[in-house]
Write a protein that binds this ligand. Structure first.
Ligand code: ADP
Ligand code: MG
Length: 376
């Protein structure tokens, strides 16, 4: 076990790295963040910030020398970077886990190999693949870049085959996946922690609403049928075991109108839909990440209260600060801001958790507060 006093490494300085850093420091660990941005949310609160690219070998060597263990908050860290660090210190998740999750085609094939359903899809490398896809996909469909897409970026909805050719051009003819667009009953996700011993501790299933491909709200407990929630947890656990995963990870699922549970994507890190755990579970997903990295047993994942999490995107800012007073006067709303200077549309700036006796009440207060804080 790696115990308090030790130094932990974090690859990536975004909000997920920041919340890991806070959790680790609370428990008495030191944290070094490596991120190329000098103002990164995690870098500015870490014990030390190494401001360098993820491929800078001297920076990686320095990180490895000081850290008892290293983890990441960002699936697009080159797998070669993790492999380089793995030769020098403890690294979780592994480079193999990242390789299986950073490309949508590899990821979907991996999920299917575990016997778990994905949406019908075709890998697209060139125009011929589009021509040949017509007997496998019906429309509407979505063309997505295979790598580096997030928050709905790099995705184009296509109504017919001609639109797919055009979308492929628009996406720069990069490797893509063409997915059938599913008629959704709801979206749910499972955030879980898996330890070195293979022990899995799943948080309660989260129910998610996306707007323009970006997470807007998470509600827990979910309204999905108990059986569906169990299935999702079993599927996520199978995926975690298949990846030999160590750390906190998430799997996003679609629930189709027919009630089918379909795996959408894997996040090899804590997940936006797990931010509710910060205020509504006995242990947060970030403390869990620290615990898994350090070889400690998982903390209790028990839900302590119904909760609704709302994301705060840059859109809420307008030309000035949101009316925080309208949120902070509420005794059961917890505000989390990530310390980002510039509020751009679609940029994740923070979130808040609304705690209430049931999710209906929590959602009412969440919605009311969302309108009240919006800057003029
Ligand atoms: P990202 O990596 O940007 O999160 P996702 O593949 O999860 O990409 O897509 C973002 C959101 O877009 C999903 O949560 C869902 O709301 C919608 N979406 C994506 N793919 C599909 C699909 N095949 N059918 C229906 N909705 C989809
Ligand atoms: Mg997603």
């Amino acid at each position: 076990m790696i115990l308090p006093g030790a130094t932990l490494g974090m690859l990536g300085g975004g909000q997920l790295g920041r919340m890991f850093t806070t959790a680790a420091q609370t428990m008495g660990y030191k944290v070094i963040v490596l991120d190329p941005d000098k103002n990164s949310p995690a870098g500015i609160i870490a014990d030390k910030h190494i401001c360098a690219s993820y491929t800078d070998e001297s920076a990686l060597t320095e990180l490895a020398q000081h850290c008892a263990a290293i983890t990441t908050e960002f699936e697009n860290i080159p797998a070669s970077t993790l492999a380089f660090l793995e030769n020098r210190t403890v690294v979780h998740p592994s480079s193999t886990a990242l390789t299986n999750t950073q490309n949508r085609n590899i990821e979907k094939n991996f999920i299917r190999a575990q016997g778990i359903a994905t949406v019908p899809f075709v890998s697209i490398y060139n125009r011929d693949d589009i021509t040949n896809s017509s007997d496998q996909i019906s429309f509407p469909a979505i063309l997505k870049v295979a790598t580096f897409g997030y928050d709905g970026k790099g995705q184009i909805v296509c109504e017919d085959l001609q639109a797919v050719y055009e979308a492929f051009e628009a996406l720069g003819q990069k490797e893509c996946v063409l997915e059938q667009r599913i008629d959704l009953e709801r979206e749910i996700s499972v955030v879980l922690a898996r330890g070195k011993d293979g022990q899995i501790t799943a948080f309660p299933v989260a129910e998610n609403v996306h707007i323009n491909g970006i997470l807007h709200s998470t509600t827990v407990p979910s309204d999905a049928a108990e059986k569906q929630q169990q299935t999702a947890i079993e599927m996520a656990s199978k995926i975690a075991a298949g990846l030999n995963y160590i750390g906190t990870m998430a799997v996003e699922f679609f629930v189709s109108r027919q009630g089918e549970i379909i795996a959408n994507e894997i996040a090899p890190r804590p997940h936006n839909s797990g931010h509710y755990t910060l205020d509504a579970c006995a242990t947060s997903q970030f403390e869990q990440q620290v615990r898994m990295l350090c070889g400690l047993p998982a903390g209790s994942a028990e839900l302590t209260t119904p909760v609704v999490m709302i994301n705060l995107l840059g859109d809420v800012w307008g030309n000035s600060q949101p009316h925080w007073d309208q949120l902070l006067i509420q005794p059961d709303i917890k505000l989390h801001l990530y310390g980002k200077k510039e509020a751009r549309a679609g940029r994740k700036m923070g979130h808040y958790n609304v705690l209430a006796i049931n999710t209906t009440t929590a959602m009412q207060l969440a919605t009311q507060t969302f309108s009240a804080i919006k800057a003029d």
